[in-house]
Design a protein around this ligand. Structure first.
Ligand code: 48C
Length: 269
């Protein structure tokens, strides 16, 4: 539990049967947004196949896959009530820009499309695979996820943006947790507000010739300092096996797919 009474979601802290009873009655539809731009289309098949096994099983799910190459998306058979919806986006030269522009695209689609099609949004990285249950226990107005690299560290070690010129600036005596850029979400309204604020902050920085140290993740962390999430997901929800298996981690639900970052982010053919 956080000091503002937001639950931190770990295995053993929730009863999924009770939660399913509630959310099934409400007949919710969940929108998942993931970006597969340039070479990252190679991750889509594993991402969707493992999502079909572990993500929101039994619920209506719209997979919104944003890509510059809709025709390159694999055909994956989906269970009843689940749709894969390609969304064409332009590609950017730099991988940082591709990552940051997610905020702009999610805020735009929230007001034109998501508001009419889904109740909740789950906005996540694509170079991942689902490995265990992820369900309605994560749903709430607004949620973030503890970054696997620093969840047990103190505030001073968080890689917040510390240059006061940046819109992502967090003073050294502020900040609660360090949230990962690869897994956030909430209701469409709350995600719209978050992504719009982050995009506007990025554009302001760009105008002033500055880019936050960890790109969209820095702006996300700034937002969460002043707009506290109503739930926080434990690192069970975003893990990299390169970080081992600490005893506190009872489940590894969503895992980074090993990759050569330089190669997969390069623009060489
Ligand atoms: O889709 C792309 N293409 C790129 O060339 C670079 C990033 N991206 C998107 O941004 C993917 O959805 C990535 O998951 C995300 C940025 N996250 C990562 O690269 C690692 N998970 C940190």
């Amino acid at each position: 539990m956080t000091p503002w009474f937001a639950p931190i979601v770990w295995e053993g802290t929730f009863n999924i049967d009770i939660l399913n009873e509630n959310f099934r009655q409400r007949n919710v539809t969940i929108g998942l947004t993931a970006f597969a731009v340039k070479k990252y289309t190679v991750f889509v098949e594993t991402f969707i196949k493992t999502a079909e096994e572990h993500f929101m099983t039994g619920y209506k799910v719209n997979y919104y896959i944003f890509t510059d190459k809709p025709e390159a998306l694999p055909t994956v058979s989906l269970k009843e009530g689940r749709k894969l919806i390609p969304v064409r986006v332009e590609k950017y030269e730099r991988w940082q820009e591709v990552s940051m522009r997610r905020m702009e695209m999610i805020s735009r689609l929230s007001e034109t499309r998501f508001v009419n099609e889904v109740d909740y949004l789950v906005c996540i990285d694509i170079d991942m695979r689902f490995a265990d249950h992820i369900g309605v226990e994560i749903l709430t107005d607004l949620f973030g996820t503890l970054h696997p690299g620093v969840y047990s560290r103190v505030r001073q070690s968080f890689s917040y943006e510390r240059r006061s010129q940046s819109q992502a600036y967090i003073p050294s005596d502020e900040g609660d947790f360090y949230y990962a850029g690869g897994f956030f979400g909430g209701t469409v309204l709350q995600v719209y507000r978050l992504t719009k604020a982050c995009h506007e902050a990025m554009m302001e920085d760009k105008k002033n010739g500055i880019e936050a140290v960890w790109h969209d993740e820095s702006y996300l962390n700034k937002y969460f300092v002043y707009h506290k999430p109503t739930k926080i997901l434990s690192p069970e929800y975003l893990w990299d096996n390169g970080m081992g298996s600490p005893p506190i981690l009872k489940k590894k639900r969503f895992l980074a797919v090993p990759k050569n970052h330089a190669a997969i982010r390069s623009n060489e053919k």
